[in-house]
Design a protein around this ligand. Sequence first.
Ligand code: NAD
Length: 339
Amino acid sequence: MQVTEPVHKGAKVVVIGTGMVGATFAYTAVMKGLISELVLIDVDHQRAEGEAMDLNHCLPFASPMKIYAGDYSDCVGAHIIVITAGAPQKPGQTRLELAQTNTKIMQDIIQRVIHYNSDTILLVATNPVDVLTHAAIEFSGFSPRRVIGSGTVLDTARLRYLIAEQMGLDPRSVHAYVIGEHGDSELVVWSSANIAGMRLQDFCPVCRSYYNGPVLETIFENVKNAAYEIIKRKKATYYGIAMGLHRIVESILLDQGSVWTVSTLINDYYGIDGVCLGLPAVIDSTGISKILRIPLSEEEAQLLAASAAIVKEVTLGALGRQPKQDGVVRDYVLDTRAD
Ligand code: NAD
């Protein structure tokens, strides 16, 4: 990997959408002290102002930095723009409608951003994140390497945590990935999940934990249902994604070459083309420097293709390219939960 000067000295980051996710990301950034200038933008400017005021009171306990509520002209010179703005799903609203609503919001945001900054890296967390990452690539005209979706970063974190809990390990020592749609059609790459290079079934006798199909199935169900369970209890999830977004930002600013399962536009990936999906990719100061073609079993490749088909159909619909089929609105399976 090319070693470049880390850009974090004087790094400027803009957060667009200062709701639960955006504000928690901002708080994480203040705690970590990597950023020098943090701009908060929200359609509800007062909310952004309130968050900036509150966050500034962390500074005596953290590192010096500039935090303020701004407008789009403050995107000038930003190294990274984190987009967490979006409308939540309303009762009676279809998932496709939510994708369309948030795609319109994304279009508006991107048009304003590129007026002031066309060299930045965009980091998208708004759901449905794979669809909106694709939309951000289209509306910005940026190289897909500079438009990163949070993809299955959070799902992968949940998986690693749950496997670690089952096996009595540190989650950082678990190497396993969730790929595909950030939502119901995602899949776990069990075929290469490992601990210190040992396959899970080989590791289990060592840690005396129980490994079998039903245990894995339960872990996967708990990964997929984590957001529903959290939202049922506290209306939204934001700590995990905020940390995940910050690790991606850190990987960029420090040119770390870290592997994260980000959402990225793929071509000829196990025969899949022209759709954004969560896949392991190398993140450095250029953005996405490599998408990793990981080994998949035949069944995993089929599940990935099925996930891609679902995301592609919704993406085309959200971008206004869905051919009308007998006027029937299909029951899209793409999950657009606020997770
Ligand atoms: P929230 O409702 O608390 O915040 C959304 C914010 O966006 C609000 O402050 C709102 O005023 C702002 N907003 C709306 N339209 C805007 C516009 N045009 N310009 C600027 N700001 C605008 O929601 P949240 O809980 O913070 O979630 C934000 C998004 O992140 C949602 O789409 C949610 O589904 C998604 N999310 C993604 C992940 C992930 O893993 N990718 C995880 C959690 C949440």
